[in-house]
Design a protein around this ligand. Structure first.
Ligand code: SAH
Length: 341
């Protein structure tokens, strides 16, 4: 059986051709799939015989809501989905004044090993298919009744470690007959797999790229992000500049503030010197505490100092607002809890 929701429209057209069916049926099927229909039987504008045939050849992915939590403070909604094979992943809907944003997962677990991250603790179990990434958007919209206008790939997993399925997901979610979400409304976040950043730049997809930097020096970054041992900060920043040259899209950098690890004045100054003149944006996040990790968030006074050094160095800096603090909305934490119970 084949995963029909991971197929692009021209691919479904080809499948139908092989079945000696009419081409226009492909668009009908595609639209049904992207509207969240879970059975071919519900595709009411298809002849009964075709529905049956499709059911014998293809399957339709559909996650179940295993847990749903809604923040009392800001309306943030967190979903824990159960996939067809009983694995689980998370998504979070955040309500901003510019629209609703969903944070989606790209893998079950993660193999990148970042010291501060809950998603990587059990390693990577498997990649998500394009349809499973798309389903998070489709079914979150259906369940919540909210229209989603922006997507960030900041859930569980490293999107560039599941490159082909992520590209396919982008094509699906961006398509006119699908959810039609603009590429510029989609952010890919990476811990910095350099060759994949270059490959993404070559595709010249107009999505936003954000790199999880978290330290300006190799000594610190090597410690908290194992991927850095092979690449190094300077090479990663060079890849960010290449991405901008190829796509015209400025890269932004995520920086989770960790007490006594990456929040010194010296590191703030080094960060300024490395990003000066690139027009890059730095998004500071206060570390979310993960039970399994001894790392703590930066003290408020150090955070302010760090921000001021960046600002006076001419770096465009924002501090990420904390949403869903009462519902374990830091990705990976809900899945951890659920799989331990
Ligand atoms: N693998 C991708 C995307 C998933 S993580 C990446 O590394 O970018 C999304 C963002 O959350 C990344 O910037 C990641 O470094 C950050 N993050 C992970 N754990 C965190 C924590 N405990 N507190 C704050 N930010 C965290």
């Amino acid at each position: 059986m084949k995963d029909i929701k991971s197929m692009l429209l021209p691919e479904i057209e080809l499948e139908l051709k092989e079945l000696s069916e009419q081409k226009f049926r492909a668009r009908q099927i595609y639209k049904w799939l992207h509207s969240g229909v879970v059975s071919f039987e519900d595709m009411t504008n298809l002849p009964q015989k075709l529905r049956q045939r499709l059911g014998e050849l293809y399957y339709i992915t559909a996650p179940k809501v295993l847990r749903k939590q809604e923040s009392k403070y800001d309306g943030t909604i967190k979903y824990l989905w159960e996939l067809n094979d009983k694995n689980s992943v998370e998504s979070v809907i955040m309500r901003y004044n510019y629209g609703n944003t969903i944070c989606v997962s790209s893998q079950v677990g993660c193999r990148m090993g970042c010291a501060f991250c809950a998603s990587t603790i059990g390693g990577r179990v498997r990649d998500l298919s394009a349809s499973e990434i798309l389903d998070q958007v489709i079914f979150a919209e259906l369940d919540s009744g909210l229209k989603i206008s922006n997507i960030v790939m900041m859930g569980i997993g490293e999107p560039l470690d599941n490159f082909d399925n992520v590209i396919r997901f982008l094509q699906l979610v961006n398509s006119e007959d699908g959810l039609n979400i603009g590429m510029r409304h989609i952010t890919i976040s990476t811990c910095g797999i350099i060759e994949k950043v270059d490959k993404l730049g070559d595709y010249n997809i107009q999505s936003t790229l954000t790199i999880s930097l978290h330290a300006p020096d190799d000594e610190t970054r090597d410690k908290i992000m194992p991927i850095n041992r092979a690449t190094g900060v300077d090479n990663l920043l060079a890849a960010g500049r290449r991405y901008f040259e190829k796509t015209g899209r400025r890269v932004s950098y995520e920086y989770a503030m960790i007490d006594g690890v990456n929040d010194s004045e010296k590191q703030a100054k080094l960060l300024v010197s490395k990003l000066k003149g690139t027009g890059s944006h730095v998004n500071l996040i206060l570390l979310n505490e993960v039970i399994e990790s001894p790392l703590k968030p930066t003290k408020p006074e150090n955070l302010e100092k760090f921000i001021n050094i960046l600002k006076s160095g001419g770096i465009n800096v924002t501090k990420r607002r904390k949403l869903g603090g009462d519902i374990d909305a830091s990705c990976g934490q809900l899945r951890r809890k659920a799989t331990q119970n």
